[in-house]
Write a protein that binds this ligand. Structure first.
Ligand code: ATP
Ligand code: MG
Length: 244
């Protein structure tokens, strides 16, 4: 199977603390991998390292078999356009309104689009995630759940080949979460590669082809879809029984 992203012996530290230590993992193209593990274990950091948003102190990150550290400008732009990230805290610009926030990736990656085309695309993605309120307001006026919807819409804007989703159903009510799950299923069918962090066993069982466990900054376990349902070691890591 072809890898979309590969981490080789990746370590990362911040403020003299080792956060990730010697993680090696291959993410299969066109498949969905769930990253799970205890709070503070390093899941978000692994996701950001995989997306090139953090730079490892040691080891290498490969995107489509190219070392991210040695990409030229064009390769780097492709890497950034082809992948899209939903941050755990949504990470919407505080001093911009929602329309401006959503317009920015289109301006960067599709400079040929005019304002009317951008507005049309923004309407499509906000409708798709189920956000129907005003776009002329700043993120501070939104609930956490609404912020997640806008963050998800932003990730869909440039029709990514690879989605990085960090705790992407957190703060959402059931129907909004269901809507995003349906979108993810659609993306899976379209062949999009997906790396997601979640604590929700139902979502993991429903969507993941592969599961990896990150704990204490290390990759401690990995398993596959076929084994998820009866994997007692995985349920130990999750600290719960995985019954239907
Ligand atoms: N820039 C940073 N500076 C200092 N410490 C950091 C930094 N980024 C992350 N950490 C620490 O590294 C550890 C792993 O953080 P990370 O956010 O990757 O965990 P996580 O598994 O995503 O946790 P959660 O389930 O709570 O989201 C935590 O202890 C966190 O406090
Ligand atoms: Mg996290």
């Amino acid at each position: 199977m072809v890898n979309v992203v590969e981490l080789k012996e990746v370590s990362f530290s911040a403020q003299d603390k080792n956060i990730i230590q010697g993680v090696s993992v291959e993410f299969t193209a066109g498949k969905t991998t769930a990253i799970i593990g205890p709070s503070g274990g390093g899941k978000s950091t692994v996701l950001k390292l995989s997306a090139g948003l953090l730079v490892p102190d040691q080891g290498e990150v490969y995107y489509k078999n190219k070392n991210v550290a040695y990409m030229n400008r064009t390769e780097n732009l492709d890497f950034r356009r082809e992948g899209a990230f939903v941050f755990q805290d949504s990470a919407l610009w505080a001093n911009q309104d929602l329309f401006q926030i959503l317009e920015l990736p289109l301006k960067i990656h599709f400079p040929q689009m005019n304002r009317k085309e951008r507005a049309q695309r923004i309407k499509e993605v906000t409708m798709e995630v189920g956000y129907r309120k005003d776009l002329a307001i700043r993120p501070s006026r939104l609930s956490m759940g609404e912020q997640k919807l806008i963050a998800f819409a932003r990730a869909l804007l440039c029709t990514p080949e690879l989605l990085y989703l960090d705790e992407w159903t957190e703060s959402l009510d059931e129907s909004a979460a269901e809507r995003l799950i349906r979108i993810v299923r659609k993306k899976q069918k379209e062949g999009v590669s997906i790396l997601f962090v979640s604590h929700d066993m139902r979502i993991i069982k429903d969507l993941a082809d592969f599961v990896i466990v990150i704990s204490d900054g290390k990759l401690v376990y990995s398993t596959t879809k076929e084994r998820i349902a009866n994997d007692s070691e995985l349920s130990d890591y999750l600290g719960m029984e995985m019954t239907e």
